[in-house]
Design a binder for this molecule. Structure first.
Ligand SMILES: *Cc1c(COP(=O)(O)O)cnc(C)c1O
Length: 477
């Protein structure tokens, strides 16, 4: 593909605007350029085609299957975008007086009620802007709780090794020491190891459930009880609630605080660092410590709670990414209680359907039923044919499929983690199964072809670390 500078022709430009008739003012000395700015000189057609060509080179959920495990890249209904773009939501300012934004405050209170219902929690804050940000907020609530009771010896947070990597990082940011406990061969928390780890220095447990290997821990009630009996609190990483929403609630499993990734499960497209929301739900024992301001109902009016001595502080300005909450609220209201449950059931069904369709061609890290995602290990394939998880992922690109999550979770070697999501049809899943099976047989018959994939893209295998660390962003004339 030609770069925009290579399309440049001297003197060609867009002259749609009349000449400026206002006197120009000189820039202060030292601030003005000393040489002319070197910009490409192109017509409107060239610019338009240049960016369209670039866009066509990227793969998004509107292009095809995107089974990125642990990240939930699904098709989100456009109606949610339209709702969030309504001027009554999009054109208001957080410093407007409360009488003029009653509807906006009502939407926050309603969202708090609905997500409280979905998670089994008493209150919800939408201030955190991402999942990891929500984890930090949740752990700060636990910290404030222990401090309020004068219990200062609780300095440790227990994190199973099947947790998402952000869990130990967030707890550490909040000032805690991390105690890592290994999983058993089923991918679940080892109860004996947990019992040995808890004590009067335990501030809490952080559990990702379903965990990063796609398994729902069947001992969940016992796990939360062990931690409560030791005086700790339980944190639920609910980033991927699409496996359990409408079916089971963290609040009923003995958890005191949970975060949701509204930008994974509840209809905000993410990737590329777009706005997110790591909503945090908590039991009433933690409510006094929530960040402010909070929208609250007072009779038939809505108000802002802005002062509270016990709040641990704020983690973001105002109410977080408000429009992400509007998308999530629209999504939940559109689906309703039945639809939420059905979405979870289909997410789990689709994952099991794909896992079953692939089990003869690939080795599953944890055979049996999975939740919304499953993990394959290509360790055997690599040993026998020299074809790695990376090679299979790259080869999928030639089939029009975005690679799944690779080399994660860390406890599985040569891992490929697939999450089909609830939004894909059976036909799409069948095509993906067929493509993966074709790659598996090619790995045996002609491994070289898989190792050198992709063959259909402008660039085949960039130096990925180099491309990220030393990107070449400047055109060299
Ligand atoms: C994605 C994810 C996170 C982190 O969410 P961010 O919004 O990327 O900070 C945390 N836990 C789990 C299980 C996740 O899948």
């Amino acid at each position: 593909m030609k770069l925009i500078f290579e399309r440049s022709v001297e003197g060609r430009n867009l002259t749609l605007l009349p000449k400026c008739d206002v006197e120009t003012a000189a820039l202060p000395e030292g601030l003005a350029r000393t040489s002319a700015l070197n910009l490409p000189e192109v017509g409107e057609c060239d610019i338009s085609r240049h960016y369209t060509e670039l866009a066509k080179g990227a793969h998004g959920v509107n292009d095809g299957f995107y089974p990125l495990g642990s990240c939930t890249m699904k098709y989100n209904p456009k109606v949610n975008e339209q709702a969030a773009a309504l001027p009554g939501f999009a054109d208001i300012h957080p410093l407007q007086s409360v009488e003029t934004v009653q509807g906006a405050l009502k939407s926050l209170v309603l969202a708090e009620e609905l997500f409280g219902e979905i998670t089994g929690m008493d209150n919800v804050s939408f201030q955190p802007a991402a999942g990891a940000h929500g984890e930090f907020t949740g752990i700060m609530l636990i910290k404030a709780y222990h401090e309020s009771r004068g219990d200062s010896k609780r300095t440790k947070i227990i994190v199973p090794d099947s947790a998402h990597g952000t869990n130990p990082a967030s707890a550490n940011m909040a000032g805690y020491t991390i105690v890592s406990i290994p999983s058993n061969e089923e991918g679940c928390v080892d109860l004996e190891k947990l019992k040995a780890a808890v004590g009067d220095d335990t501030a809490g447990l952080m559990l990702t459930n379903p965990n990063t290997v796609g398994v729902f821990d069947k001992n969940i009630l016992e796990i939360t009880k062990i931690v409560h009996d030791a005086g700790g609190l339980n944190y639920y990483d609910g980033a991927n609630l699409n496996a359990v929403m409408g079916v089971a609630r963290p609040g009923d499993m003995g958890f005191d605080v949970v975060h949701l990734n509204l930008h994974k499960t509840f209809s905000t497209p993410h990737g590329g660092g777009g706005p997110g929301s790591g909503a945090v739900g908590c039991k009433s024992i933690l409510t006094p410590f929530l960040p402010l301001p909070r929208a609250i109902r007072n009779g038939d009016k809505y108000e802002l709670l802005t002062k509270n001595e016990t709040s641990f502080g704020r983690v973001k300005e105002f109410y977080g990414n408000y429009l992400v909450v509007i998308k999530a609220l629209t999504y939940v209201l559109t689906l309703g209680a039945e639809g939420i449950r059905e979405a979870a059931q289909i997410a789990v069904l689709n994952a099991n359907y794909m896992m079953n369709g692939l089990k003869d061609a690939y080795e599953m890290a944890y055979p049996g039923f999975c939740m919304h995602e499953f993990v394959m290990t290509l360790e055997g394939m690599k040993k026998e044919y020299g074809v790695s998880a990376m090679d299979v992922a790259k080869s999928l690109i030639d089939h029009g499929i975005h690679p799944p999550t690779m080399y994660f979770p860390l406890i599985v070697h040569e891992a490929l983690m697939i999450e089909p999501t609830e939004t894909e049809s059976k036909e799409t899943l069948d095509e993906a199964i067929e493509a993966l099976c074709a790659i598996a047989s090619e790995a045996k018959s002609n491994p070289e072809a898989v190792i050198s994939a992709p063959h259909t893209t402008p660039i085949s295998r960039p130096d990925e670390v180099g491309a990220a660390r030393n990107p070449k962003l400047r055109y060299e004339f």
